[in-house]
Ligand binder design. Structure first.
Ligand code: SF4
Length: 376
C-alpha cells in the first residue's frame, strides 16, 4: 500500500490545509496511479541496491513531457490533498517547478494551502494576491510558485516563509501549520499526541525527520499512558538522528526492518572502533542536548515547543478521526514529562548536570554564564 493510501485509510492524510484527514481523490494520486501512468524508471543514491527513487514522466495532457525525479510522498501530499487537487500530472509539474527554482516542496505547498484558506476567510484579499486562488486552482498555484521564486507581488512575502507571512498577517499564525517557523511535514497530528509532541519538540521545527511515531501510536498505542507516549517520541528522537550522525540512510531500518544494532556493527566494521548501539544512542542524545543548549542560547524555550494551534483548537474533519484534536492540558503534561526525562527544567532548558553527563561541561558553562548575565 502506498503512503497516500495508508495515511488516507488511517485518517491522517493532510487535506485542505491540515483541516481534514481524508481526501476523496486519494486513489488518483496514490502509488498505483504513479506506477501505472507515470513511472518510467528507478533512481538510487550511490551504490544503493534499494534504489527507492522514482523517475516520472507526464505522457499526456497539458503538462506532457515534464520529467521529474520523484515525486516523493511529502511532495505528493502538499500538491494534491492539501491543496485539493486530484491530478498526479499536476503534482509532477509542481515538483518539477520547485526543483528547477530551488524551492522546498513541503514549505512551498504548505504556504500556498494557507494562502488559499486565508483568501477564503478574507484574511488575504484577492488584490493582495493579484488574483483569486481556490482549492484545486492549478494555474494560479503554479503562478504562485513562480512568484515566490522571483519574489514578485505577494511572492516577496511568501519567500520569507511562515516567519515573514505571520509577521505581515498576524492571523496567519492560526492558519499556517508550522513549528519554530518550519512548515509542517505531511502527517496530520490531530489524532496523534505522539506526533504533536514530536513536531513540538523537534529541534528544527515541524519536521518528521527526528521522530515519526504516528503509525505506531495509531496502530497499537492509542491507549498508552502519557509516559509511554513520551518514551516513544524520545526513542525515535534518539534512533532517527543516529542515521544522520553516521551519514547513512535510515530507509533500510524503516522499510526493511533492519535492526538498529546492525548500524553499531557496521560502524565498528568500517572504523575499527568497537561500539554498541547503546553507546551510539547516548551520542545521539548528546547531540540533541547540544543543539537544544544552542537553541536556548538563541532564545528558544517551552513557549516554542508546541504543535500548530489548529491541532488543539480545530477538530479534524472526515474519516476515522473525525472530531479529534489534541487536548492542551494533556499536551502540557506530556511536555513536562518529556523535559523531566530529558533532564531539562520546566522551561525546556537543559540542566547543568545533564550537559555534564554528556561531556558538555563547556557548553553548560557558556549556557549558565549567559543565563546569569541575562538575569542581571
Ligand atoms: S534507500 Fe536510501 S540510500 Fe537507497 S536510494 Fe533510497 S534514499 Fe538513497
Amino acid at each position: 500500500m502506498s503512503v497516500v493510501d495508508y495515511l488516507n485509510t488511517i485518517g491522517v492524510l493532510p487535506s485542505f490545509n491540515f483541516r481534514a484527514g481524508v481526501f476523496d481523490g486519494a486513489t488518483r494520486v496514490n502509488g498505483d496511479e504513479m506506477v501505472r501512468r507515470f513511472k518510467i524508471g528507478n533512481t538510487a543514491c550511490f551504490a544503493c541496491s534499494m534504489a527507492c527513487g522514482n523517475i516520472c514522466l507526464v505522457k499526456e495532457g497539458r503538462f506532457r513531457g515534464t520529467v521529474v525525479e520523484g515525486p516523493e510522498y511529502e511532495t505528493t501530499c502538499m500538491f494534491s490533498s492539501n491543496i485539493g487537487i486530484d491530478d498526479f500530472s499536476f503534482v509532477v509539474r509542481a515538483n518539477y517547478l520547485c526543483d528547477e527554482l530551488g524551492m522546498d516542496t513541503i514549505s512551498t505547498g504548505n504556504l500556498i494551502a494557507a494562502v488559499i484558506e486565508a483568501q477564503e476567510r478574507g484574511i488575504i484579499s484577492e488584490e493582495e494576491v493579484g488574483f483569486s486562488v481556490k482549492w484545486g486552482s492549478q494555474d494560479e498555484i503554479l503562478a504562485l510558485i513562480e512568484m515566490i521564486a522571483h519574489r514578485k507581488g505577494i511572492g516577496d512575502v511568501l519567500a520569507e516563509g511562515s516567519f515573514g507571512v505571520i509577521k505581515k498577517w498576524k492571523e496567519m499564525n492560526n492558519l499556517i501549520s508550522q513549528v519554530k517557523y518550519l512548515e509542517q511535514s505531511a502527517y496530520d497530528a490531530h489524532a496523534s499526541e505522539c506526533m504533536a509532541l514530536a513536531y513540538g519538540t523537534c529541534d528544527i521545527g515541524a519536521h518528521h525527520n527526528r521522530a515519526w511515531p504516528i503509525a505506531k501510536e495509531l496502530e497499537v498505542g492509542e491507549k498508552w499512558s502519557l509516559e509511554e507516549k513520551v518514551d516513544l517520541v524520545l526513542y525515535h528522537q534518539a534512533v532517527r538522528p543516529l542515521f544522520d550522525m553516521l551519514g547513512v540512510c535510515r530507509l533500510p531500518w524503516i522499510e526493511l526492518g533492519l535492526s538498529e544494532r546492525f548500524y553499531a556493527e557496521a560502524f565498528s566494521a568500517a572504523t575499527g572502533v568497537e561500539t554498541t548501539i547503546d553507546e551510539l544512542l547516548f551520542r545521539s542524545d548528546a547531540i540533541y542536548n547540544l543543539t537544544r543548549a544552542i537553541a536556548v542560547m538563541l532564545g528558544i524555550r517551552r513557549k516554542d515547543d508546541y504543535p500548530p494551534p489548529r491541532v488543539f483548537e480545530e477538530p479534524l474533519r472526515g474519516g476515522p478521526n473525525e472530531g479529534k484534536r489534541v487536548k492542551r492540558e494533556k499536551y502540557e503534561k506530556m511536555l513536562s514529562i518529556y523535559y523531566e526525562k530529558r533532564g531539562w527544567d520546566e522551561n525546556g532548558v537543559p540542566k547543568r548536570e545533564t550537559l555534564e553527563k554528556f561531556g558538555l561541561s563547556d557548553v553548560a558553562d557558556e549556557l549558565y554564564s549567559l543565563k546569569r548575565n541575562n538575569q542581571k
